[in-house]
Design a protein around this ligand. Structure first.
Ligand code: NOJ
Length: 738
């Protein structure tokens, strides 16, 4: 349709019909099973909103959605198609590594490829819009949704958000295999106080702008079609009712001209927040704040028409929102083809096809982080595994457990490759043995929406432990697969302890008594407290929630088919008391030099201020060295650049990949700046004996920040830079901006 035709259509619509476009109903209303993340009331048959709501979410599948679309369009007065939205967070049928893990790959190209595949599969399944990427900055591991983020760094998150948007959307949404992307949750949802999901956020405007808004901005620059509001309040105002945030910041300053959608029920929740007296006021405030679509609270459906008729809301505001919605439907090509790519044949061809699985496996290989790999006295390091030794795979994660996160609502866990299966493919039967060891959870563990309980839990675990001890005794080396259950991270999974379940820690310590040669593989959707695990393990591999090809990718790493190259994108604390934490802290007035015992310094008495494993950290099977950086000049002005370079060399015996990281510090500024900030990285693959020069160009733009007076710019003076293999590595160099 041309713009003119869209305007004509809009002018011909009744007020009720226009408001309908701004209403999103849960998928259950279309007679189908649907993924829910909030209260989902089913409408009575015959209620007009059922025939008029402009979009729905949580349902999928080509055959089903085509039927729903056909029936809907027959009833919709202007035959405007329904838009189908879904949380395609890290894959559709082929589940990829969870976003926190994808971040650890430091490979935006690969992240983009995963998004492209997810879009292809989802589009074949009838989906038009995905609620991804989540661009929230995540610095508190107590917040379960860190799993859906790419971590604690604004710059890295921005690169990853942009890669995902580009992968999902491509250049043209009409193309087969493309879907619209919705950046969320605007704004600062990741800063929930004490990591408690849905609670308020306390941040200065400076912190909000300088650190929290950056990644959303990158997603918007990449052209995302939608932005979702966040559940939290900021400055005491829920985002969904904050006109400053949505109209001033998002639309005017950030230049976003797409659709703003509320999060699930968030319009109505403004009553619970105590921000609105009733749902009618909530509808008014959300609309006036700039929310175009009300996801599942029914406030728009129930009150917008009346609010216009009463003169409280100007119909022009409704028209603007509806026009944006029609425009997106048009950009998706729905007026010409309301089914878009929904196609049963394409579903069969694409879902879990070899190419998609291959990419999923590659992502597991590149995102797993080798945390520890000690000499064990016998034959060097424990990893990669020595095929001449007998290997026991033990632990609740070796079989059957879902390696996908709680955020893969489509597909089946049965399609995931388990550790057992992958081990059987990689080794002869006489080389390996297995034991489950314990249940994944302690008895009576509360999960989001359910509680794990087993009447025979104690007897089962006694038996499992005995079997595991016997198995460990027979083997030369134990690979212990432990971790969080996949519903222990994700939405509404805040925790005050970051340890593994007690029953798993017992298994680890009991096994270590009979066989101390332990490689621990950790599955988690968040940083965990791993000191105890470290004490009992000679090697540790963090594999996150690795997805469909988890078993294969992990086995490739354990056996040395490839070398680990993932780097942490969130600091792993010694203890939960250090949370929230980030390598990129502001400089304190009383910094504590490493090892100092002097009084009155910035420190904890009972724990290091440093993390157990820092941001950017991750080992390899080979030995990389990075030379001290050289700078082509040490002074620059705006418009000039400084080129910093290092030589990366592989002095080990295996091919591997190092992630070379550039960090910069603004030494003194009108606003205190972080001790260091990531400003560049490169994945460098080197064969044994090979070396490569790696250069980074530093420009004045990279040194800009939000200043106290509200302006954005750089300030002349001294800067430091480091180039290394983690946020704690590298020799500082200085340069000056004039
Ligand atoms: C609530 C979640 O916060 C959001 O991330 C998700 O996209 C919506 N529900 C829709 O499922």
């Amino acid at each position: 349709m041309t713009e003119r035709e869209l305007r004509i259509l809009l002018n011909d619509m009744s007020l009720e019909e226009k408001v309908g476009q701004m209403v999103q109903l849960p998928g259950q209303n279309y007679g189908s099973f649907a993924a829910v993340t909030g209260k989902a009331e089913k409408k009575e048959d015959g209620q007009p909103i059922l025939d008029q709501a402009g979009s729905t979410l949580g349902i999928y599948g080509a055959e089903k959605l085509k039927k729903i679309q056909k029936a809907y369009m027959e009833k919709q007065p202007h035959h405007i198609p329904l838009m189908f939205m879904l949380d395609v967070i890290h894959g559709y049928e082929t589940a990829f590594q969870c976003p926190l893990g994808m971040g650890a790959s430091f490979d935006p190209e690969l992240v983009k490829k995963c998004a492209e595949i997810a879009a292809k599969e989802a589009a074949a399944g009838g989906i038009h819009v995905t609620f991804s990427p989540m661009a929230d900055l995540a610095r508190d591991a107590r917040w379960g949704r860190v799993m859906e983020s790419t971590g604690e760094d604004p710059w890295l998150n921005g690169k990853m958000a942009a890669a995902m948007v580009e992968g999902f959307q491509g250049e043209n949404r009409k193309q087969t295999g493309k879907v619209s992307s919705c950046v969320k949750h605007f704004a600062a949802y990741g800063a929930a106080t004490a990591g408690l999901d849905y609670t308020n956020v306390e941040l200065s405007e400076h912190t909000l702008r300088e650190y929290y808004l950056k990644a959303y901005q990158e997603g918007i620059h990449a052209g995302c079609d939608m932005v979702m509001t966040s559940f939290n309040t900021w400055n005491g105002v829920p985002s969904t009712g904050n006109p400053w945030l949505m109209k001033e910041v998002l639309r005017k300053e950030m230049g976003f001209d797409g659709i703003v959608i509320s999060d699930w029920g968030a319009v109505g929740e403004m009553v619970n927040h105590g921000f609105c007296e009733d749902r009618k006021e909530a509808a008014e405030r959300a609309l006036k704040a700039g929310v175009d679509i009300d996801m599942c609270s029914d406030c728009y459906a129930d009150y917008l028409v009346d609010l216009v008729r009463e003169g409280v809301i100007d119909e022009k505001e409704i028209d603007e929102a509806v026009y944006r919605i029609l425009l997106l439907k048009n950009e998706l090509g729905l007026f010409e083809n309301p089914y878009k790519d929904a196609d049963e044949q394409r579903e069969k061809e694409l879902f879990l096809c070899e190419g998609h699985r291959r990419t999923a496996r590659e992502m597991v290989q590149k995102s797993a982080v080798l945390l520890k790999n000690e000499e064990d006295g016998k034959a060097g390091k424990l990893l990669p595994l020595n095929p001449a030794e007998k290997i026991a795979f033990i632990g609740p994660y070796i079989e059957g457990e879902d390696m996908r996160s709680s955020w893969v609502v489509t597909g089946s866990a049965k399609n995931s490759v388990s550790i057992c299966q992958a081990a059987k493919e990689a080794f002869r039967d006489d080389q390996i043995c297995f034991a489950k060891g314990c249940t994944l959870l302690d008895n009576d563990t509360l999960l989001n929406g359910s509680e794990y309980h087993s009447d025979s839990w104690e007897e089962d675990n006694d038996r499992l432990l005995c079997e595991a001890i016997q198995t460990a005794k027979q083997a030369d080396v134990v690979v212990l697969c432990l971790g969080e259950q996949n519903h222990q991270s994700g939405e509404a999974t805040s925790r005050t302890h970051l340890t593994l379940p007690k029953i798993q820690r017992t298994l680890l310590s009991e096994i270590s008594k009979v066989n101390p040669r332990i490689v621990t593989v950790i599955f988690s959707g968040r940083p965990l407290e791993l000191s105890e695990v470290e004490t009992h393990s000679k090697a540790m591999l963090e594999v996150w929630m690795p997805g469909t090809e988890g078993g294969h990718g992990i086995m490739d790493l354990l056996t040395g088919v490839c070398s680990p190259s993932g780097k942490l994108t969130m600091s792993f604390p010694y203890t939960v008391g250090q949370e929230p934490m980030s390598y990129s802290q502001l400089t304190s007035g009383r910094p504590c030099p490493k090892g100092s015992k002097a009084p009155f310094l910035t420190r904890y008495l009972d724990c290091s201020t440093a993390p157990l494993y820092p941001f950017g950290y991750g080992l390899s099977y080979t030995d990389f060295s990075i030379s001290e950086p050289t700078l082509d000049r040490t002074e620059m002005q705006a418009g000039e650049t400084i080129v910093a370079s290092v030589t990366v060399a592989n002095g080990g015996k295996r091919t591997g990949c190092e992630v070379v990281q550039l960090y910069i510090q603004d030494v003194a500024a009108s606003c205190v700046r972080p001790v260091k900030e990531l400003k560049g990285f490169r994945r460098v693959e080197l064969a044994p004996g090979e070396a490569q020069r790696v250069t980074f160009s530093i420009s004045e733009e990279m040194l800009r920040f939000h200043r106290g007076d509200g302006s954005f710019g750089s300030e002349p003076g001294k800067f430091r830079l480091w180039i290394g293999n983690s946020s704690e590595d590298g020799e500082a160099r200085e340069f000056f901006l004039y």
